[in-house]
Ligand binder design. Structure first.
Ligand code: SF4
Length: 474
């Protein structure tokens, strides 16, 4: 039996950098490979060799865009790279990063993960001052702000990032080295590790593990610039840090289980959410024969649930791993048209069983409904859905592609209505307090579950206002 999936949520991008290594382009290539789950639409690498900046980028997976000859042509000891999934701006080649600009006859390059919430306002201001934009990505604003700054390059970077609101983890490559910058609310991950006599910088620590000798991991702090240069590292706060509000969805869904983000191992965090869900079911007397996780991101939570409850974990659903990347597209139309991911149920395992089905989130609800149908067609007696996250009731404006209320089924339906729609026997989401308990940390952004955004939303605020006006009870 086969289930088509046409909904998933996506991270915007991943960034990777190498400071001071002979084979910087090749190391960046492997780093981007490790971050491929963060974006499949396009990728690119820029290297700096003395005063000469060289870049190569294209649409597609890292392994499709780069061949040996491209890597060999990228000379230099510093490099930055990017994998892209677009939430702001389309997936045109102009928006594929690194973005490159000139400053007084010298080139610099920028890669960015996240979303700038005051992008519209800044773009209008910059265009009035004569800036000409090549693409529609919000990341291009950073180039123009740096160009319009005053003083040394590091001064210009500080001035530029002081103007940005929202979520960003950025790397800037120039003759003076690499600058790593994280937003002052700590919404997106960015860390670095020593490597031989230089450094690696990455959205996720899983990319460091590819280069075996890099184990000392340091997170770039909120509001901090870390400058990697010929004399070592210079750290500076360009803006007063407002604490860390790490995107909870990084732990729930986006990040690789082997990554450690802000000191929390992603796999362990997910296992702990499974345990919390099982404790709640124990309290309310829910019982079942097997626990199944929707592969792959829910496997860790399903293991945690099984360990805590004593109910055996079974591999009841199989994911087809050889699905084309056309499935991962930025618009609903493209998603529906694209190649579909396939799931199969193992009939002999699920037939006649009461199942606890662990999933990481419900966005539009179509996938969950089909999975329930799939399991029931395979003979499941009961399907109890447990979601390792609170219900997503609000859009994200920080770099995740849930930017409207229309696509969020929990913004329109109560849990009971949703359970009925999914044709499940029961449905339970986690509470935000459960997440905090599981992660043993409240340094989280949970805006898409609560509507409490950590920044001002600028023009995006009208989306929230319009929704509340049309749904006065929300
Ligand atoms: S709103 Fe949700 S998806 Fe967006 S950054 Fe916050 S937790 Fe992550």
């Amino acid at each position: 039996m086969v289930c088509e999936i046409i909904e998933e949520i996506h991270e915007e991008c991943g960034v990777f950098g190498v400071y001071h290594a002979e084979d910087s382009a090749s190391l960046t290539y492997y780093g981007l490979h490790a971050l491929q789950h963060r974006g499949q639409e396009g990728c690119g690498i820029a290297t700096m060799n003395g005063e000469c900046l060289t870049a190569y980028k294209g649409k597609g997976l890292v392994s499709e865009v780069f061949r040996d000859e491209q890597i060999q042509a990228l000379q230099g000891e510093y490099a930055i790279g990017h994998v892209r999934y677009s939430t702001a701006g389309g997936n045109e080649i102009e928006n594929v990063q690194p973005l490159i600009a000139n400053l007084e006859k010298h080139k610099f390059a920028v890669v960015h993960n996240g979303q700038i919430v005051n992008a519209k306002e800044l773009r209008i201001e910059l265009e009035k001052k004569g800036s000409i934009f090549q693409g529609s990505s919000d990341s291009e604003i950073i180039l123009h702000l740096i160009q319009q700054g005053k003083g040394s390059f590091s001064e210009r970077i500080k001035q530029a990032f002081q103007r940005l609101e929202g979520a960003y983890a950025c790397l800037v490559l120039c003759e003076e080295g690499i600058f790593a910058i994280r937003d002052h609310n700590g919404l997106r991950p960015l860390a670095y590790a020593s490597y031989q006599d230089g450094y690696l910088i990455s959205s996720e620590s899983c990319a460091f593990d590819v280069m075996s000798s890099s184990k000392e991991i340091t997170d770039v702090d909120s509001g901090e610039i870390v400058w990697f240069h010929s004399k070592g590292i210079t750290k500076e706060y360009y803006r007063k840090p407002q604490g860390v509000h790490m995107c909870a969805m990084e732990y729930i869904y986006f990040a690789r289980p082997d990554s450690v983000i802000d000191g929390i191992n992603v796999h362990e965090a997910r296992v702990a959410t499974g345990r919390v869900m099982a404790q709640k079911d124990k309290e309310s007397g829910v019982s079942a024969d097997i626990v199944i996780g929707v592969p792959d991101s829910s496997t860790s939570a399903a293991i945690g649930y099984a360990k805590e409850s004593g109910i055996p974990y079974e591999l009841g659903l199989i994911k087809n791993r050889y699905v084309g990347r056309t499935f991962i597209q930025p618009t609903q139309k493209q998603r529906e048209r694209g190649v579909r991911m396939k799931l199969s149920a193992i009939e002999s395992l699920v037939s006649g069983k009461r199942i606890i089905l662990i999933d990481d989130s419900i966005v539009r609800g179509t996938t969950s409904r089909r999975i329930v149908q799939l399991l029931k067609e395979a003979g499941a007696k009961e399907v109890h859905i447990r979601i390792g996250a609170p219900a997503i009731t609000h859009p994200c404006f920080y770099g995740v592609d849930t930017s409207s209320f229309e696509e969020l089924i929990s913004a329109r339906m109560s849990d009971a209505e949703l359970c009925e729609y999914l044709k499940a026997d029961s449905l339970r989401f986690m509470e935000i307090s459960d997440l905090i308990k599981a992660y043993q940390s409240d340094a989280l952004c949970t805006a898409c579950f609560s509507g409490h955004y950590v920044t001002k939303l600028f023009s995006y605020g009208t989306i929230i206002q319009a929704f509340y006006e049309s749904h006065p009870l929300k």
